[in-house]
Write a protein that binds this ligand. Structure first.
Ligand code: BGC
Length: 757
């Protein structure tokens, strides 16, 4: 008998064939999980060992982006033979359709393929890169972008997205900070949750929903020296306190799958880390979805020095991995390991069951072509999503400087636009846009041109560094840097304001794009210096995927707008902001160091036993640079100004079942309506272990008209005071706490309260 997998009906017929009582259970009992179990039991009883191993095999499409040591080939043949469970990064829907037909019509049991894709910040409509989106501090907006991405991906035949990436990172040298939500576990957790909800909705089988995959479990963002894929060695307190919460939040939000990380953790690769996968993720957190490796991560355990492919595959399965991405270690070696007794049939069955359960939850057994049909996307959706992309790009931009109110620009001013990124669609879209619709992308130049006639020249090469240019595939300009700069000075001379659009191309951040020097490229810096020398006010618009070191720029440019790679609507958003039609409200989610030597520099560092003390030598400090970042976490200017009143506490002490309310009044003291993000931080002043100098615990976004005042109240509960002690117990300890409320992490109002047993 052949399992077609095409209809619920046929699934139930299959059930009836093997187990009539199951049909009764499936038809009468509304409990979906029982029905699912019976269905999968029946299916698995029909599967050979090879077919089971096939379900654990997650392959990259022939010729797709190769990000690891190996690629796959002969994929169609393997699909026909039932040796593939999932496929990712296939370019077109028609190919997905062909493959699904092969799987369903030509493989022995007709088990559908699960199609995955790196949908990281939008699919066709490109939203700001995740780091940018996080600067909106708007989880509802972020959820909507994930939902839109899911809708577009699902109508393109994609079932499963390799997102959200929730790796906390405090190292801007690491290119992949572009893909995450920055340095803070609390904000990162809220965003993780929002994205999972956005992708999966209430029911993954519903139209427009896909399965999310939280990655990279775990601690991928903490690699030594910011070098991609590098080793992680970290205390358990720090892991649980600072790095694991966002993964946990995704699990609590019901994420369907988890991807493990490339790195090792305290000596054990994440991909074979039984403690991490089995004890923490499965047992402690109760995760019951399936777990895939990252690209060739099992094979790479060989390079980690763990053993050959067979050994590593057995270790990974034993640790709890269900799907092997690209390595083909499971499909090719687990049979041997089974014979030798290094893995058990139960382990293989369990992994296979989890993959089949995911397919079931996605509705693929009801209809393998569910997401492959025509016209799932609704009419008018493109416009709706473009409006969303505009809203997201506007809210992600962070105004870092605005001297003498050079911004907003006024109508009638003559504008010169310069910079190698001003008209670059790729830099505008950013990293990981496999299916982004380039034709819909508005560059900064295009956005400004819709407003006014501007003169434009490129002004500089992206980089003068030939080795770097070769690595990132940048074709060196024929014009020399001197010629390009000369042209720029000429247009600047005739302008009232210069808008310099500088930063990073899309491949200068993201995966395998670590940098030891996070200054602007010398070619661009030189351009900027020459522009500043003209005496014209220079507005620096930065398109980057990471914080750069901007001391010189901060001292010399009239204004700086950190726009990031903000997606399809970047140009319109920048024009809206520069001309004051949108008042910037973004707040940094990563600290910007003054010098790269400060890294890691983050707001929640500890004080040490010798906190910095001005004028005292033997305190924790640098001789050549302040300890503080140039722009702190939570920082971002507005065109208006806000005043935060002193903090009022409703009591000075509270106990476990009680709450404490901290209140401030926020007043818009400027002349433009605007939105602020009021942030609340806590410091535990008496604890059994050393604690961060402050931790974000709450925030509220508040919109105020000029002159308006609103009262902002935060409720503090015992949950906000909890932390991991040296026994790794999560608890709150009695003692004194400091509450800080402000508009960024460094400039705050403070008050003291006590927590009593
Ligand atoms: C990346 C993952 C990505 C995977 C599949 C890997 O190189 O680390 O984030 O999902 O490739 O493309």
């Amino acid at each position: 008998m052949k399992f077609t997998g095409s209809q619920r009906l046929s699934a139930l017929i299959l059930l009836a064939f093997f187990c009539p009582i199951c049909l009764w259970a499936g038809g009468v009992n509304a409990d979906k999980s029982i029905e699912r179990k019976l269905f999968i039991d029946a299916l698995m009883s029909k599967m050979t060992l090879d077919e089971k191993l096939g379900q654990l095999n997650l392959l990259a499409w022939d010729g797709s982006l190769q990000t690891g040591a190996a690629a796959n080939s002969g994929v169609s043949e393997k699909v026909k033979n039932g040796l593939v469970g999932g496929l990712f990064n296939i370019e077109s829907k028609s190919t997905r359709m062909e493959i699904q037909k092969l799987a369903v019509e030509q493989s022995r049991l007709g088990i559908p393929i699960i199609f995955a894709q790196d949908v990281i910040h939008g699919h066709r409509t490109v939203f700001p890169i995740p780091l940018a989106l996080s600067c909106s501090w708007d989880t509802e907006l972020i959820e909507r972008t994930a939902r839109a991405a899911a809708t577009e991906a699902a109508s393109d035949g994609i079932d499963w997205v390799f997102s959200p990436m929730v790796d906390v990172s405090r190292d801007p040298r690491w290119g992949r900070v572009a893909e995450g939500a920055g340095e803070d576990p609390y904000l990162g957790s809220l965003i993780a949750k929002a994205m999972v909800k956005g992708y999966q909705g209430e029911d993954m089988a519903q139209p427009g929903a896909v399965m999310a995959c939280v990655k990279h479990f775990a601690l991928y963002g903490a690699g030594e020296s910011g070098r991609d894929y590098n080793t992680v060695d970290m205390s358990e307190i720090k892991m649980f306190q600072d790095y694991l919460p966002p993964y946990r939040a995704a699990v609590d939000a019901g994420v369907g799958s988890v991807m493990t990380a490339f790195n090792d953790i305290n000596g054990v690769p994440a991909t074979s880390n039984k403690w991490l996968i089995d004890d923490v993720l499965r047992k402690d957190w109760g995760f019951d979805g399936f777990i895939a490796t990252d690209y060739t991560a099992i094979r790479e355990m060989g390079a980690h020095g763990i053993g050959d492919l067979e050994t590593c595959s057995a270790l990974a399965l034993d640790a709890g991995i269900d799907m092997d991405m690209v390595s083909e270690g499971f499909v090719n070696t687990l049979k041997n390991s089974l014979e030798k007794g290094t893995v058990s049939m139960d382990e293989i069955d369990q992994a296979c069951r989890r993959v089949l359960e995911a397919k079931y939850q996605l509705g693929l057994f009801d209809d393998p072509f569910l997401r492959l049909k025509d016209n799932i996307a609704e009419e008018g959706q493109n416009e709706e999503f473009m409006n969303l992309a505009l809203e997201a790009a506007r809210k992600s931009a962070v105004l870092l400087k605005n001297e003498s109110s050079v911004l907003p620009l006024t109508k009638g001013q003559k504008i010169a636009v310069v910079g190698p990124l001003a008209d670059s669609k790729k830099a505008t879209m950013g990293t990981w846009v496999l299916n982004g619709d380039t034709s819909q992308v508005i560059t900064v130049l295009e956005g400004l041109r819709k407003r006014t006639a501007v003169s434009y020249v490129k002004g500089a090469r992206l980089t003068d560094d030939e080795a770097l240019a070769k690595l990132i595939g940048y074709p060196m300009d024929e014009q020399s840097s001197e010629e390009l700069i000369e042209e720029a000075i000429e247009v600047a001379t005739f302008a009232d304001v210069v808008v310099a659009v500088l930063g990073e191309s899309a491949v200068m951040n993201g995966e395998a794009a670590s940098l030891a020097d996070i200054n602007l490229q010398a070619s661009q810096k030189e351009l900027l210096q020459k522009l500043v020398e003209t005496g014209k006010p220079v507005v620096l618009v930065l398109l980057t995927g990471r914080p750069l070191t901007l001391e010189w720029e901060d001292a010399n440019c009239a204004a700086i707008l950190q726009c990031w790679s903000a997606g399809s609507q970047t140009g319109n958003a920048v024009a809206d902001i520069l001309y004051g039609d949108f008042n910037p409200s973004g707040k940094l989610t990563m600290s910007f160091p003054r010098k790269v030597g400060q890294v890691p520099v983050y707001y929640s560092m500890k004080t040490t036993g010798r906190p910095f003390w001005e004028g005292v030598k033997y305190t924790s400090r640098y001789l050549d640079v302040p300890n503080t970042p140039l722009y702190p976490f939570g920082f971002g200017l507005s065109y208006t100004s806000f005043d935060v009143s002193d903090i009022q506490l409703d009591k000075n002490a509270f106990a476990e079942n009680d709450t404490l309310t901290a209140t401030i009044n926020l007043t818009n003291t400027g002349e433009m309506a605007g939105e602020e993000t009021v942030q609340l931080y806590l410091r535990d002043l008496e604890a059994s272990v050393t604690r961060p100098r402050k931790e974000l615990k709450h925030f509220q976004k508040v919109f105020l008209k000029p002159g308006e005042t609103k009262t902002v109240r935060f409720k503090i509960t015992v949950d906000d005071l909890m932390f991991y002690n040296s026994e790794l117990e999560y608890q709150a300890e009695a003692g004194e706490f400091r509450v800080e409320i402000g508009l960024n992490s460094e400039s705050t109002k403070t008050a003291i309260f006590e927590f009593v047993d």
